[in-house]
Design a protein around this ligand. Structure first.
Ligand code: ARG
Length: 467
């Protein structure tokens, strides 16, 4: 047997080749070990394409029937794990098409009429990602239910709010939880939006210029639940914006998870001692018997590097590519798959951890009582007594300096001591210096008062369908 017969003859595109492909090239160019993940979409796309080809008279009803039965059978075998993927057939498209031809003969060989692997991969990838958008949206709703449950549970309890990781102003624990709710709600919106934009079928763009065969792109799009078809075949063959947008959305989610993780690591330290992460979500040390380590948030924080890396890989991949399809684009799938897996598993486990999290409210309250945390409230008090804010800022700064020397908090000062800094300070100042007074004075929209936070919890519950 000649080389061509051994290898070249096996290729669906082998016609113009005199020699078979080098084994090293087959290994290097193969993507089947990861793009087999797309099999369901490849089969669904082919079935829809075949229905359309039959409608256009390119396939006979019998041929359509044979293709449909053959593809369904291949799908079942892949699902059952009995299908033999072959790396010499490169990718998911050719593995399935070759298996179909081997099973049903000439009808199978007609399936690729009017399409190319270039529009086929764009189709499969979009169908895969639009499903992943929905799965991620569900996971985002799931984690947001955990934040809202914590907000409801700890409503009215206070903690220090931080800027520069220095105690800044007292806030409600619930307000802090709802900050994360907002962040993940934006992520949800991004996923919805990105799904909507990607939901146009590229099939029928063929290699790059469209096809001369009488195809009906709209029919295929409708069968596959797309909102319509893409407008330009050249754009469609080389477009990966949808994958980049999706991965950018994943990156934002993982960054949000990472910031939360950082807080959980800090809060579970003995130095903060604000939360107790359930034993089920911690691990011990192999050498230090006393240790209980917050490995889950640490790993999630660490995994953000992978997701940022995936996005970077895609950005660099596309930069500088001429239109339209280039084989470089095969490198788009692994980073996206890794981002999907990382973000999904991180979201799921973080939601579980949050459902098992308890706040040490006494300790948090104690931390709120120190650090001159109501200093801004004193400045605002002076403003309401007609002192310009900049002057008020200076007055309070001097009072804080005095406290630092004396070793006490602002609210420990007597009225006589306080009024030395400004004669407008009266008895009513003590209400302002209390943590409760400070928190509940913040009634403007978005503020941390009980009034506003209660409303915000109710709104979030409504949006998530909890009440
Ligand atoms: N496996 C290829 C990819 O992922 C499919 C498209 C191949 N097209 C081609 N002309 N070689 O990009």
């Amino acid at each position: 047997m000649t080389d061509k017969e051994k290898s070249g003859s096996k290729k669906l595109w082998g016609g113009r080749f005199a020699e078979g492909t080098a084994a090293s090239v087959e290994t290097f160019t193969a993507s089947i070990h990861y793009d087999s993940r797309l099999y369901k979409y490849d089969i669904a796309g082919s079935r829809a394409h075949a229905v359309m080809l039959a409608g256009q008279g390119i396939l006979s009803p019998d041929e359509l029937q044979a293709i449909d039965t053959g593809l369904a059978e291949i799908g079942r075998e892949i699902e059952a794990g009995t299908f033999q993927f072959k790396s010499e057939l490169e990718d998911i498209h050719m593995n399935i098409e070759k298996a179909l031809i081997d099973r049903i003969g000439p009808a199978g060989a007609k399936l690729h009429s009017g399409r190319s692997r270039n529009d086929q991969i764009a189709l499969d990838f979009k169908m895969y990602l639009r499903d992943e958008c929905i799965r991620i949206i569900e996971l985002l709703d799931h984690i947001n239910r955990a934040f809202v449950a914590l907000a409801r549970e700890y409503l009215g309890r206070t903690m220090p709010g931080y800027t520069h990781l220095q105690r800044a102003q007292p806030v409600q624990i619930a307000h802090h939880m709802l900050a994360y709710y907002e962040m993940f709600a934006r992520d949800r919106f991004r996923m919805v939006d990105c799904r909507k934009r990607m939901n146009l079928s590229p099939l029928g763009s063929a290699a790059l210029a469209g096809t001369g065969l009488p195809i009906d792109r709209e029919q295929v799009a409708e069968i596959l639940d797309f909102d319509g078809v893409t407008a330009n075949s050249m754009d469609s063959a080389g477009d990966r914006d949808f994958a980049i947008e999706f991965t950018a959305g994943c990156t934002m989610i993982q960054l949000h998870l990472s910031r939360l993780s950082e807080e959980l690591v800090l809060w579970s330290s003995q130095e903060f001692s604000f939360v107790d992460i359930s034993d089920k979500f911690c691990t011990g040390s192999s050498i230090m018997p006393q240790k209980k380590n917050p490995d889950i948030p640490e790993l999630i924080r660490g995994k953000s590097g992978r997701v940022v890396g995936s996005l970077t890989a895609l950005l660099v991949l596309v930069k500088g590519l001429p239109l339209t399809y280039n084989r470089d684009l095969q490198e788009d799938k692994e980073p996206v798959f890794d981002a999907v897996d990382t973000v999904s598993s991180s979201l799921a486990i973080m939601a579980e951890l949050l459902a098992n999290l308890s706040f040490k409210t006494e300790r948090m309250k104690e931390a709120t009582a120190t650090g001159f945390i109501t200093a801004t409230d004193l400045a605002d008090y002076l403003v309401l007594k007609d002192i310009p804010f900049r002057e008020a800022h200076g007055i309070v700064g001097r009072a804080v300096a005095f406290c630092l020397v004396k070793g006490c908090e602002l609210e420990d000062l007597s009225l006589e001591e306080l009024s030395r800094f400004s004669e407008v300070i009266g008895e009513d100042v003590f209400k302002v210096l209390s943590v409760e007074g400070s928190v509940n004075s913040r009634i403007a929209t978005g503020g941390t008062s009980l009034l506003r936070v209660k409303e915000a919890v109710g709104e979030a519950e409504k949006k998530l369908g909890i009440v």
